[in-house]
Design a protein around this ligand. Sequence first.
Ligand code: AMP
Ligand code: GLY
Length: 426
Amino acid sequence: MKVLVIGAGAREHAIVRSLVADPSVDAVVAAPGNPGIGLVARCEPLDDVTDGAAALAIARHHEVDLVVIGPEVPLVAGMADVLRDGGFDVFGPSADAARLEGSKAFAKQVMSAAEVPTGLAHLCTTLDEVTDSMDALGTPYVIKDDGLAAGKGVVVTEDREAGVAHAAACLAKDGGQVVVEEFLDGPEVSLFVLSDGVNVLPLSPAQDFKRVGDDDAGPNTGGMGAYSPLDWAPAHLTDDLVSRVAQPTVDEMRRRGTPFVGVLFIGLALTSRGPRVIEFNARFGDPETQVVLARLRTPLGQLLRAAATGRLDEYDALRWSDEHAVTVVVAAHNYPGTPRTGDRVDGLDDVEGVPTAYVLHAGTALDAEGALVSSGGRVLSVVATGADLREARERAYAAVGHVELEGSHHRGDIALRASRGEVTVG
Ligand code: AMP
Ligand code: GLY
């Protein structure tokens, strides 16, 4: 089969890498892709990643059998609908189903109807409502932009003024709404669950590192690193989340006439009172995908096509490597603020000398001379596997050590506490 992948990040690079390794996949086209993806697949220009008509034209030109949509922005904008109307099999939800990610208020309504455990939350449209909710729910304050914000819409703070200022900025947007939520304590887990609209199939859980600095210091980012699997997680966590969260949510979406086809990304906290959903996303997570797919042994193309065509019940369970995987994100100077771009990226060939390690591209571009330069906030995602987390970490950091990018920064503590057995559930 021939597969078109929409997107340009390290998540899409990881997806393309796994698709290329699937014997039933003859060719992969990416739009727009990136220079790293371009080494293993054909890249087609897509200036506006929400442009459904342009994606449809590429799918037709290459006569693809499956389209995989990576990022949330085209999903929320309805790209899957345009491609399905054009006769293509698509892995990725319709605009109606992608509202699970596009609106936190909508996600809360669905969770409530499906009796999914989640934090207490208030939807606010005025600053008075925000401050009343902050008083009612107490500190730390959790203030969320209702709409899409590239992982940066949430502020968790003890500082009342900072919380109010964030809420004011969100409300100032056209149609802006704010969700004020109770603080959820405990380690966070990301679980991806594939859905064909009816059946669900979980992947292996991962943990993401959202804050920019070591020891979770500084502001939230899109994600600075991840590891999988989670040896510390309760034995029945995945089964429990499928039966209490994923299946009821997929059932509720189908009942509403908006079936969810694609991957439901469940972000949750394991609190002392049990798991609580923090958010739903309607796509694979970045950088969690990089570590989850590093371990998946079931051919990805066949799997995603089964999900896209209502045949997920053909799978009992997935096959996984016994290894542990770690990814470390190399970010540009000043990320998550406005990143500096145009810096030379060197040393990637040297990464090949580190066992199991490889580099996935995110914010990279080729300059006029054909040299690799930074073009976004998260520039690279460096991945390695090992017999245990300690070995996977050592390799990932050895590989990061070869990357040369002026002004770049990365976290030094990805998977560190887990590798020492220090992560515990309340
Ligand atoms: P979200 O965009 O909803 O995933 O939130 C981004 C990050 O903010 C999460 O991964 C958490 O680290 C943090 N966060 C969000 N909601 C809460 C909450 N209710 N309690 C504690 N931390 C939260
Ligand atoms: N890593 C979190 C996300 O993709 O939203």
